[in-house]
Design a binder for this molecule. Sequence first.
Ligand code: ATP
Length: 259
Amino acid sequence: MNGEPLLTVTDLTVRYGGVVAVDNVSLTVPTGKIVGLIGPNGAGKTTLVDALTGFVRCSGTVSFRGVRIDRLRAHLRARHGIARTFQAGGIFDDLTVRENILIGERRPGGWWSTVRAIVTGRGEHARPETRALVGTLGLGDLLGVQASELSSGQRKLVSVAQALAGGPELVLLDEPAAGLDSTESAWLGERLRAVRDSGVTMLLVDHDMELVVNVCDEIVVLDFGKVIAAGEPQETLAQPQVITAYLGSVTAATEGDAA
Ligand code: ATP
């Protein structure tokens, strides 16, 4: 039900050798909401997404709809209804937009049946839900276009569509607005809200503060792997420890440039 916890993370820690990339993080993603996960470079955002989706080992607990999933491998978490995008996109240049989106569908015959359908051209029809999704994301005119021909904004949208094509309840978006100009980013934000309104819950990692403020129902701020603030976007961004974390990262970058 809307507002009830869908994903609950408790005391999650990820270590890479001596580096504690995610440090005792606890957070909740409520059903039907978009939660933003922000923080300066190196704060641990991608590592947290990797831990939630089973791509790195972690300690602590992760529950989805009240069921522990933190010991499940990545593909089993996907079967529970969790999808993600990758910073690099995850799009195949040699395939069309339609084929790239179909790859994200979960078919009764598994991933191999999708590949066979694409290779043979038989039975490669999208499910009605996928067709609706293509409409929501405004990709209808691009379905026959080869992915290598797409702009970076269009590629990002296709990767979002690919993640959503499996019909997940929760999707984790890792920097979907990276490389987009402000008009494309605003448009992406509108589309993400439409997707949320269709019933998909989201955890959104991005550095584009305008997108985060306009789209997210609440945000969680990480710095050096720890949660330093959480709550309503505008109020949370105005908190002194958040401003200090971002100013600190700007100062460090400026000093690095000067060195
Ligand atoms: P960005 O905004 O730049 O993408 P981020 O908030 O996603 O950064 P992470 O990429 O999760 O941050 O990195 C968190 C910390 O873990 C950083 O100190 C980073 O150097 C370190 N780290 C990330 N991946 C690895 C790895 N595979 N091995 C060792 N250290 C890593």
